[in-house]
Design a binder for this molecule. Sequence first.
Ligand SMILES: O=c1[nH]c(=O)n([C@H]2C[C@H](O)[C@@H](COP(=O)(O)O)O2)cc1CO
Ligand SMILES: [Zn+2]
Length: 152
Amino acid sequence: MGVAFLSGQRSKDPRTQVGACIVNKDKRIVSTGYNGMPNSCSDDDLPWEREEGTLKNKHLYVCHAEMNAVVNTFSESLKGCTMYVSLFPCNECTKIIIQAGITEIWYYSDKKKGDPKDIASRKMLRMAKVKIRRFPRQKESIKIDFNVNENS
Ligand SMILES: O=c1[nH]c(=O)n([C@H]2C[C@H](O)[C@@H](COP(=O)(O)O)O2)cc1CO
Ligand SMILES: [Zn+2]
């Protein structure tokens, strides 16, 4: 989950940074992703605003963290893999997760719980027998010390 959050920190979305990390059955990381604009589509030319009903709406363009993690994997197959994700997947990402063969999801936040998209996600995940688990609140933060080996 730490790797998922670290990946999310690369997102340029000024409001919500989401990160995902996929591991295989041997717990090896096979992909990471964060929410960002599509490849070759410059952040300078696409909006981070959310003006509903206009072209100045990031939701028309942004690729979600989970989708990026699925499509960016170097693994031949994601069948039986587990996804760690900082925010519960939306309905569109859920479809991609199911189609990729991912069978388990650990999520951190479900702040959109109860929205129609969230309810649809849960319904599809239940039907597809994908296990969903809330990640335990073990720590508030992780400190990364780049000097850890300097004095040893
Ligand atoms: O599952 C998700 N994965 C994901 O990467 N996102 C991204 C899309 C947007 O860049 C951002 C949500 O933006 P906002 O909080 O302004 O609605 O998070 C949003 C969701 C929705 O749950
Ligand atoms: Zn999504």
